[in-house]
Write a protein that binds this ligand. Structure first.
Ligand code: PGA
Length: 246
């Protein structure tokens, strides 16, 4: 049985004081549900100390383990700080930092080499959705962003429509099902059924306690990548509990 995953992406939010939220998140972690918080890099080491049953992850990593790359953080450094996960290819990184599929693949390989699980993100823009290109865009991102050495243990895939992130807009359940079914099929074609079935596929984009139950009931949705609603235990815990009940 694969454990479901509620992953929180704090983005450029949070402070040491905010880590106090972790205490009230603890009950969400069960035999069937894993919870991970990805705070800003400055907080990773302290977050690990306060994590309890939560897993801690970074939000991106450099492709190299060390070197002359001012301002960057390597996967090895995240690992050294106690992280077990790292998000790669979030749309805000793709947009703000021009990261390509090839960059995301190299980061994911770096993550694995450091012993981290990569949460590899894909998602279409509104323009791509409206022009009917969604499945092609996702297929291209999956092909380009996930390296050949992916396994169910080292990789989580997050489908995050760019237009649903932080907007309060959510695709229809049929749209989520269509993409998740297609992702599972594409992963199966490439990696075989055993790896593809074991790989957790998260939905992300405006997930809240109020819409979590219907999203988690969609086939091939194994959890969520949550932004805004992961900052407070009062919002994130009900999402994890809903996942446990799904
Ligand atoms: P959101 O962000 O839940 O605030 O929409 C999701 C994400 O970017 O991972």
């Amino acid at each position: 049985m694969k454990r479901k995953l509620a992953a929180g992406n704090w983005k450029m939010n949070g402070s040491r004081a905010a880590l106090a939220e972790f205490d009230a998140m603890q009950p969400g972690v069960t035999d069937s549900v894993e919870m991970v918080i990805c705070p800003p890099a400055t907080l990773v080491a302290t977050a690990v100390e306060k994590a309890g049953a939560l897993g801690i992850g970074g939000q991106t990593c450099h492709v190299k383990a060390s070197g002359a790359h001012t301002g960057d953080i390597s996967a090895a450094m995240l690992k050294d700080a106690g992280a077990s996960y790292v998000i790669t290819g979030h749309s805000e990184r793709r947009t703000d930092h021009g990261e390509s599929n090839a960059d995301v693949a190299a980061q994911s390989t770096a993550a694995w080499e450091a012993g981290l699980v990569a949460i590899i993100c894909v998602g279409e823009t509104l323009e791509e959705r409206e022009s009917g290109a969604t499945l092609n865009v996702i297929a291209e991102q999956l092909a380009g962003s996930i390296p050949d050495a992916a396994t169910a243990a080292n990789t989580v895939v997050a489908y995050e429509p760019v237009w649903a992130i932080g907007t309060g807009k959510v695709p229809t359940l049929e749209q989520i099902a269509e993409v998740h079914d297609d992702m599972r099929a594409k992963l199966s074609d490439r990696f075989g059924t055993e790896i593809a079935d074991g790989m957790r596929l998260l939905y992300g984009g405006s997930v809240k306690a109020g819409n979590a139950a219907e999203i988690f009931a969609v086939p091939n949705v194994d959890g969520a990548l949550v932004g805004g609603a992961s900052l407070k235990a009062a919002d994130f815990l009900p999402i994890a509990e809903t996942l446990g009940a799904a």
